[in-house]
Design a protein around this ligand. Structure first.
Ligand code: PEP
Length: 257
């Protein structure tokens, strides 16, 4: 049995305003507390829109809630004339522990390249934030190159930005599984997550690879999470749609039950 604490991360995307976000986080904390969730068995993190982060920080700090939070993206730059961008320094000032980097929607709609993502990984590490590095193949990539080639290549480039001694989380998110209702099988997820751990070992060393959490994402639900979590190289989930459904998300967090 490895020592990695599973991470269940909820990517809210462009949903929930700041008032809705604090209501949701408060209810999530109550629900998990009522269910006596042991946070040592699964860490929980939410990724609200930027405009919610200050409110979530205030709530989490005031009530000492055991829920981590982070940004859905960050700028590769630290400050300056970059209209609309958010610096890692600003995220760190709001106590964000994590930041999602290279989500397929950023790659697809905002043209982010692997090199951009490496620069964002470096920016996160400059500010002491753990990047959740998303990689994954499209249906076309899968057909042309098989399951691991594209995610492995994406991760190799992204890790060029990683600072020695700084933590990373990797999220394997097949693009064809995101929001489609068609999740990968747990065997497919295991195969690619194992290959990704191999890349982390190659670039950052065996000890880092052993300690790094690799998540699966793509149509994760309460009904399929346990299967993924039984796999040796799957250390949690990045959850989109189901992270907006309180009871469903709480059930995913409590996957062992
Ligand atoms: C995501 O966008 O990160 C995701 C995994 O979405 P969904 O769970 O809705 O497939």
């Amino acid at each position: 049995q490895n020592q990695r604490v599973p991470l269940i991360a909820g990517n809210w995307k462009m949903n929930l305003d700041h008032l809705q976000s604090i209501a949701f986080v408060q209810k999530l904390a109550w629900t998990l507390k009522d269910a006596r969730h042991d946070f040592a068995t699964a860490e929980v993190a939410v990724f609200p829109p930027f405009t919610d982060l200050r409110s979530v920080q205030t709530l989490v700090n005031a009530d000492d809630l055991p829920i981590a939070f982070g940004g859905q993206d960050l700028s590769a730059h630290d400050s300056g004339a970059y209209t609309g961008e958010i610096s890692g320094a600003f995220l760190k000032a709001l106590d964000t522990k994590y930041v999602i980097v290279g989500h397929s929607e950023r790659r697809q709609y905002h043209g982010e390249t692997d090199a951009d993502i490496a620069a964002k990984v470096a920016a996160a590490h400059r500010h002491g934030i753990v990047p959740i590095i998303c990689v994954g193949e499209t249906a076309e990539d899968l057909e042309q190159h098989g399951p691991s080639a594209v995610p492995v290549a994406q991760l190799r480039v992204a890790l060029e930005g990683a600072a020695t001694g700084s933590d990373i989380v990797v999220a394997y998110e097949p693009v064809w599984a995101i929001g489609s209702g068609l999740a990968a099988t747990s065997e497919q997820a295991q195969q690619v997550c194992a290959a990704l751990r191999g890349v982390v070992a190659e670039v950052l060393g065996d000890d880092v690879a052993e300690a790094t959490r690799i998540l699966y994402g793509g149509s994760v639900k309460a009904s399929n999470i346990a299967g993924f979590m039984r796999e040796a190289d799957v250390d949690g989930a990045l959850v989109g749609g189901a992270s907006l459904l309180l009871e469903e998300f709480a059930s995913i967090v409590r996957f062992q039950k």
